[in-house]
Design a binder for this molecule. Structure first.
Ligand code: CA
Length: 216
């Protein structure tokens, strides 16, 4: 899953990006509203974390303009006790909001919920044959046995599972699993898929030659 964080407080931006990457997200960042809007319009992010008070273009304007073309789930960050902000945020098409300072674990939980809802799922557990993916705990079991996955392997299997039955193209996987700072070779995706097959069983992921991958 790839998220864009738009925040002008450099320390907060850096620590949020780092924490999200540790959770297995691909993360792009923007330090002002204009840059944020440009990136949000240019890529299909799985979610946006959007601060309200931003230089150049504030969070409301970013949201308003983004909504003219995209439905990307947006989690707004508002100042403490700005009750009117919250109402305004939800009215203008934000999907959720958090008041600063916020708890990081709660932000992760809300982001996961936003991404699940956008994929049309209300349940955090995805069961596919012997495979069970707990998107809240970010754990995978196969036949009841826990499988140890790297953050990126987990991200890959979760993305395919959220789109189960669909062929997900390589370019979509690259767009959603890697961020702008990733200088990865194109064959890396194959390495992850091959490692996942070793861990989850050779039939777990289907290759559609020339198209992409799927989980059925
Ligand atoms: Ca700010």
């Amino acid at each position: 899953m790839r998220v864009l964080v738009i925040e002008d407080e450099a320390d907060l931006l850096a620590s949020l990006a780092k924490a999200l990457r540790e959770e297995g997200y691909a993360v792009d960042t923007a330090a002002d509203g204009e840059e944020g809007l440009y990136k949000a319009q240019s890529w299909d992010y799985d979610a946006l974390v959007l601060d309200v008070m931003l230089p150049r273009l504030d969070g409301w304007r970013v949201l308003e303009r983004l909504r003219q073309s995209k439905k990307t789930p947006v989690l707004m960050l508002t100042a403490r006790d700005a009750a009117r902000d919250r109402v305004r945020g939800l009215d203008s098409g934000a999907d959720d909001y958090m008041v600063k300072p916020f708890d990081l674990d709660e932000l992760f939980a809300r982001l996961r919920a936003l991404i699940r809802r956008a994929a049309g799922r209300s349940n955090s557990l995805i069961a596919i044959g012997a495979l069970a993916i707990d998107t809240a705990a970010r754990r995978v079991t196969c036949g009841g046995h826990p499988i140890a996955l790297t953050a990126r392997e987990y991200a890959l299997v979760e993305f395919l599972a959220l789109h189960r039955g669909e062929v997900v193209t390589r370019s979509i996987l690259y767009e959603h699993l890697f961020d702008e700072d990733d200088n990865t070779l194109s064959n890396l995706l194959d390495v992850h898929v091959s490692n996942l097959r070793k861990k989850l069983g050779s039939g777990s992921i289907t290759t559609h030659r020339g198209h992409g991958y799927s989980i059925e």
